[in-house]
Structure formats: C-alpha cells, structure tokens
Design a protein around this ligand. Structure first.
Ligand code: NDP
Length: 314
C-alpha cells in the first residue's frame, strides 16, 4: 500500500518537546504515530546550550542531548520519523489529507500540530541583506565566529539575556540593546547580565541600521528617549533575540488563530476548531513558551487524540 492510500491514526508535525512528547504517549497507546521532523529536527532546544529548568536534571542538561534522549524514548515505543515537513493540508473532509515538502500525499485520522515558533527579525533592509553575514538569531550556532570581536544583542527578554551571557565566551564585549528602561527577562537572568563585566546594557536603545556591504561593519543605534543616533563602528556581529513567531503557514486557512498568529485552542484543551486536530507547544502558546509546558501540552494533545479516536471508532 502506498503512503497516499494508507490512513494514519496520528500524525505529529514538529519534533520539539511538544511533538516528541505527543509521540511517546501516542506510541505507547499503540497508535503508531508518524512524526514529521520539520526543518529543525529537535526544535529550538537544539540551538541552546545548558537547560537548567527542565525537571529531573539537577545538574542541567544540554538542549540537543535532551531532545536526542526524548527522540530515542519515542522511537522505543514504535514512533516512525519522517525527515520531511508539511506544506499543505486539506481539512474539508475526514480522514484529512496533507502534502509534504518531498511531494508526498498522506491521509490521517488525527493531527497534532507542534510546529513551534521561529526567531523574529526587526525587518530592516540592512538586517535582511546581511543575514548570515554577521546578522544572526542563533548565538549557539554562530557565536564562535566572533572571537575577540565586539557584537550587539538586541532584546530584553530571557533569550537576549541568555544569548548575551553565552556570547561573552567568545566576544571581547557584548552590547545589549534594550528598547525600554527595564528588561523583561527573569531576575536571575538579569543578574547574570549585570554581573558580567563583558556586557554593557544600552537602555532605551534600538537598532536602526546594520552597516557594511558584504559583512557587518558597524551599527547605527538610536536612543528612543533623546532621539540621538550613534554609530558604533567597532561592531562585527548582530544577534537578534526579540521573540518568536509561530510556524502556522500550512494551517492558517483552516485553524483559528489570534491576531499575532498563535493557534487558538479550546479552554483547558489542545483541541482546535477542527475535530481531531490538536495544537501543542509554542505554536499555540504566547505566554509560557517553556520546554516543560510544551511537553505538557504535547501530552494533553496525545491523550485527547487517543480519546477522540476511541469515541469515533469504538
Ligand atoms: P520575549 O517575548 O520574552 O522577549 C522579547 C524581547 O524582545 C522583549 O524584551 C521585547 O521588548 C524585545 N523586543 C521585541 N520586539 C522588539 C523590537 N522590534 N525591537 C527591540 N526589542 C524588541 O521573548 P524571548 O525569546 O526572550 O523569550 C520567549 C519565552 O521563552 C519567554 O517565556 C522566556 O521566559 C522563555 N525563555 C526562557 C529561558 C530560560 O528560562 N532559560 C531562555 C530563553 C527564553 P519589550 O519588553 O519592550 O516588549
């Protein structure tokens, strides 16, 4: 039987903490789930270093290791993995149909959307032009290139604090550009920033232009209180840490979402507006966005999909 004729019980889009937890639960329920790993197998945790707040690891655990372990756990119970991603869905009739980047058509009884979120950029022309040439949204991927150089990190949340701190391993100095006069980051992360002699915080400051033709060669920043613009010619790298946008592209015409694009689920549930379609993890979470909450909603989605199938098929 070809993949296009077979009807799957559960397909899971995304392989971060939400998707893999959903896989563990549905696999243990003998539903033989298929996980479409997406463009970033393992999700955002694969681009972090130490994860200190996932329960069960008193000394912390490296993000990639945590995801590798979770994948093995899902595999152990019979989860199938596809190195592919969903590009289009048709939820007008059941079983549902979807298509992947590899050009295959699939059918499924239930779906768990756990496609996560991707880094946001400011939207400056110069930032886009120099992306990959000194402009990055992943400190762990690209930090190594900035040994003994000065760089800026844009943002005031936990990501910005974490990235700025991490980048001091390489950079001679990290300038943290915070657009307000306070940071959104948790107190413990802020303390790490303030205690680090290699980090200078620039309050009320926004990035207005990335300078340089082929590579980053300085930045222009603006103090939003005084309106004063300054060029920092010594800057060789720009790291964005200004939050994320949910990855919902194939689903936007079918699934309810809020004004910022996050999928909307029913109260105390991961059910979307389409029966048998669930959303878990960062794609539906604009508030917590933690690995452990993603895993929690992945578990909920799995249990809800299992119950829905049971009620439908007896
Ligand atoms: P957040 O949404 O928490 O923070 C985004 C930051 O970027 C804010 O300071 C915001 O400023 C700033 N920002 C947004 N847009 C712009 C802009 N156009 N120009 C300049 N600054 C801008 O995102 P994070 O990615 O930091 O964190 C997301 C979630 O992940 C949070 O729940 C966080 O706690 C969690 N997290 C936890 C970690 C941990 O516990 N170790 C590590 C990393 C993330 P403003 O405050 O003014 O809106």
């Amino acid at each position: 039987m070809s993949d296009s004729q077979k009807v799957e019980n559960v397909v899971i889009f995304g392989s971060g903490p939400a998707g893999l937890t959903a896989a563990i639960y549905t696999a243990r329920a003998n539903l033989e789930p298929v996980v479409f790993e997406g463009l970033e197998p393992g999700g955002q945790l694969t681009t972090t270093t130490e994860v200190e707040n996932f329960p069960g690891f008193p000394e912390g655990i490296l993000g990639p290791e945590l995801m590798e372990n979770t994948k093995k756990q899902a595999e152990r119970f019979g989860t199938r993995f596809e190195m592919d991603e969903v590009v289009k869905v048709d939820l007008s009739s059941w079983p549902y149909t979807f298509w992947t980047a590899n050009g295959k058509e699939w059918r499924t009884k239930t779906m768990i959307v756990a496609t996560g979120a991707s880094a946001r950029y400011l939207g400056l022309e110069s930032e886009l032009r120099l992306r990959g040439h000194g402009v990055s949204a992943c400190a762990t991927c690209d930090g190594f290139f900035y040994r003994d150089m000065e760089i800026v990190v844009v943002g005031g949340g936990d990501s910005a604090a974490e990235e700025a701190t991490f980048l001091t391993r390489f950079a001679s100095k990290v300038h943290l550009l915070v657009r307000r006069d306070e940071m959104r980051a948790s107190k413990i992360m802020q303390k790490r920033v303030f205690d680090n002699p290699k980090i200078e915080v620039h309050w009320n400051t926004v990035l207005t232009e990335v300078l340089g033709e082929q590579v980053v060669d300085g930045v222009r920043v603006k103090n939003v209180k005084t309106g004063e613009e300054t060029v920092m010619p010594q800057i060789k790298g720009v790291f964005l840490a200004i939050g994320h946008k949910p990855n919902t592209e194939p689903f936007v015409d079918w699934l309810d979402h809020d004004e910022t694009g996050y999928l909307v689920t029913k109260p105390d549930s991961t059910a979307t507006n389409v029966p048998g379609v669930y959303a878990a993890g960062d794609v539906q979470d604009r508030v917590y966005q933690q690995a452990v909450t993603a895993a929690g909603t992945g578990c909920m989605a799995a249990l809800e999909a299992e119950k829905w199938l049971e009620e439908r098929e007896g």
